[in-house]
Design a protein around this ligand. Structure first.
Ligand code: F6P
Length: 324
């Protein structure tokens, strides 16, 4: 393999830059020409593809966001779009791709590989940690720590005013962020899309908890079936029906997607980036390079997007036990 290209796609995640850096430098180390595609699949279609050097990735390991920009491409969903992307790559003689992103990115990569046969390896870049085939995704650890810092601050003011706070965190279809910052932040409840939320139980427990506690923190994953934090707060408030109790909602939003990646995310991103390039060199394709049980592992895209990664069994129990 003589030429490869790398791009980031979907929602950005802290650590994507560290991953790009590892891809670029591993390729150069092995004598492979490497190209950077800007704006994900849209950039492939439009030919936004430039040669990268080792210096192109200097001073980025610590930066959030992605120097290659990111996008969610509508055009790549069409056969015409993918055909254009293929022609762009062919004209430059690019023989392999590294796609950094989440399940949407891998769905596109799988289809593209099946149609045009350009070897592709993915790296799991999403704060949601919802990708099968890796213990953690790039950006998750940073997002959890960002959310945790915010929860700690909210707890101070919640305690000062004896308030019940509903804090909404990201995670479209996954409760990983909610669960980990719920445990780390000492939340009384965590509501996640993976499990049914029993609001009656929440109301009952909040009433009981209030006998011994003056404030409470409830972490809500944005994808919870009961609705967003505002909606859930209203439902609980009506049921508690106590004018002396004050309810507040904080939605953390995109603050969770930015910031300098943690050490854990930088190392994970670097390992996945190196593994992706070396995987391509060794004939791997149509799969993702992740880390499973601490070791690098390649998982077919079909499994990454087709299988769900369940929450860890003891996590939800932990929250219940530790909040008594
Ligand atoms: O997939 C990552 C994620 O941050 C989700 O947690 C969230 O639902 C979504 O992206 C938000 O996407 P956007 O930035 O396009 O609004």
């Amino acid at each position: 393999m003589k030429k490869i290209a790398v791009f980031t796609s979907g929602g950005d995640a802290p650590g994507m830059n560290a991953c790009i850096r590892a891809v670029v430098r591993t390729a150069i180390y092995h004598g492979i020409e490497v190209y950077g595609v800007t704006y994900g699949y849209d950039g492939l279609i439009n030919g936004n593809i430039k040669r990268m050097q080792s210096s192109s990735v200097s001073n980025i390991v610590q930066r959030g966001g992605t120097i290659l920009k990111s996008a969610r491409s509508e055009d790549f969903r069409t056969k015409e779009g993918r055909q254009k992307a293929y022609e762009q790559l062919k004209s430059l003689g690019i023989e392999g791709l590294v796609a950094i992103g989440g399940d949407g990115t891998f769905t596109g990569a799988k289809l593209f590989f099946e149609e045009f046969g350009i070897p592709t390896i993915g790296c799991p870049g999403t704060i949601d940690n919802d990708i099968y085939g890796t213990d953690y995704t790039i950006g998750f650890d940073t997002a959890v720590n960002t959310a945790l810092e915010a929860i700690d601050k909210i707890r101070d003011t919640a305690a000062a005013h004896d308030r019940i706070f509903f804090i909404e965190v990201m995670g479209r279809d996954s409760g990983y962020i909610a669960v980990e910052c719920g445990i780390g932040g000492g939340a009384e409840f965590v509501m996640v899309p993976e499990t049914e939320t029993d609001l009656k139980k929440v109301v009952k427990s909040l009433k009981n908890l209030r006998k011994s506690r003056t404030s409470s923190i409830i972490v809500v994953a944005e994808g919870d079936e009961e609705g967003n934090a505002e909606l859930i707060m209203e439902k609980v408030k009506v049921k508690i029906n106590d004018e002396d109790k004050e309810f507040k909602v904080t939605t953390l939003g995109h603050i969770q997607r930015g910031g300098n990646p943690t050490a854990r995310d930088r190392v994970l991103a670097s390992r996945c980036g190196m593994a992706a390039v070396e995987g391509l060199m060794n004939g791997q394709s149509n799969c993702m390079a992740g880390v499973v049980n601490g070791d690098v592992a390649y998982t077919p895209f079909a499994d990454c997007i087709g299988k769900t990664k369940p929450l860890k069994g003891d996590h939800l129990r932990l929250i219940e036990i530790l909040s008594i």
